[in-house]
Design a binder for this molecule. Sequence first.
Ligand code: GLC
Length: 528
Amino acid sequence: MIYQVYPRSFADANGDGTGDLEGVRSRLPYLAELGVDALWFTPWYRSPQADGGYDVADYRAIDPAFGTLADAERLIADAAALGIRTIVDIVPNHVSAEHPWFVEALAAEPGDPARDRFWFRDGLGESGEIAPTAWTSSFSGPTWTRTAGPDGTPGQWYLHLFASEQPDLNWNHPEVMAEHEAVLRFWYDRGAAGVRIDSASMLAKDPELPELAEHHEPGTHPHLDRDEVHDVYRRWRKIADSYPEPRVLIGEVWLPETERFVRYLRDDEMHMAFNFDFMTAPWACEAIRSSITTTFEAHRGVDAPPTWVLSNHDITRPVTRYGREDTSFDFAAKRFGVPTDLALGRRRARAAALLTAALPGVLYIYQGDELGLPEVEDLPEGARQDPMHHRSGGTDPGRDGCRVPLPWTRTGPNHGFSGTAAEPWLPQPADWGSHAVEAQQGDPASTLSLYREALRLRRTEAALRGTDFAWRESEPGVLAFRRGEDLTCVVNFGDAPVDLPDHAAVLIGSAEIQGDRLPGEAAAWLRT
Ligand code: GLC
């Protein structure tokens, strides 16, 4: 199981209201007890934090708010001593506007080679006042920002598929390629067992930067999933494989077509990629069944394990999402004020935890999901930091609500996140203490206890360690599958109880099981 740490919000050792690497190190026993095999850290590099660290100013330095390079090395080593590997986040599509390359490019004249590492273009229109293309940023708004000279005279435009503080790199430039290979080695040499590759299908661009058409043949879209991008990962795979203990490449590949997605998982490319098809699926029996089936079929042709993901630092927390009428996830559909039944969402999120933990492949858990944290929807406007919110003109709530600092203690200053009276970088809701680790760990009915027990069984049950999987017949609204010789997972998506199949014992249930009936919105693992 790979556990995703958002360092800014995990634990704050120096008491300044921002999480840090020493905070993570101090909580390694918690992570070991949960049964973590590896930690994936969202970017911890020096960054102005215009996009939560995905705007990197120096790939070889830790952001001072999080600690030092020595702290990172100590954390990697201490985790390794507990059998926990480290995965770092590599952000190759763009850098921070404060990265020395971009600072140099901005200071240079149009046509200067320093600008070639990015996508600088003259504007259209009589005085260059129109952006070179009408593309839309993943964070809404235009993908181009116009530069201005020291005296304010408007100049060229530069491309950014995300926020304007994140200029896109030109991957046709040999230095861009060489620099990232060096960065990869830098972290592998420091003991990182793997890298998570941010926005992995967006690096390659059509150098002509054409306008978007109605339809693009696969591999020829101007800035998404272009065929050339695979050359990058073939080179990276060679680097990963050059270590005595091979290192891993994990892709953030958001593509609707499975055939295009699995191309990233060919033998000489990445080792695995996040299963966003599953993550965004609604909590509905047939939709989940079909996503699982598609996942298996897609991975059959490649030597990469399927992955199971319920959320991450970009996604509405499952407890909240599953408590809504529309339980699917879509960035474009996010709005304020969606009616939510958190009790229902929590039942479903617990069932989803058992479902995912029973599937063969690699399980990812985002920090706080094991506590059943809901999305924090009522952050004060002034506290919101996410460019997705601000660039939408305030209609998109953004992603801050799933990034609120974790509660460790029931009471006390910021629920043990800092242990000092420092204001956390995002405010915690008044009832945060009821979700705290301290409040849940002694309670066998808590979500934390459910996760711990499920993860323990996942390690100890031979049936779950293998890859054997088969659907079992079940009534409508119920999913059932067999793992190995003697384990069955049953998920009831309906609200009424259903009969459990014949079994020798119930290993674990997401809700209390009375007799041979599985309650509505619940899951169980059975010894059969
Ligand atoms: C990825 C990250 C997200 C970030 C974006 C731009 O999607 O997960 O948090 O904002 O890339 O780097």
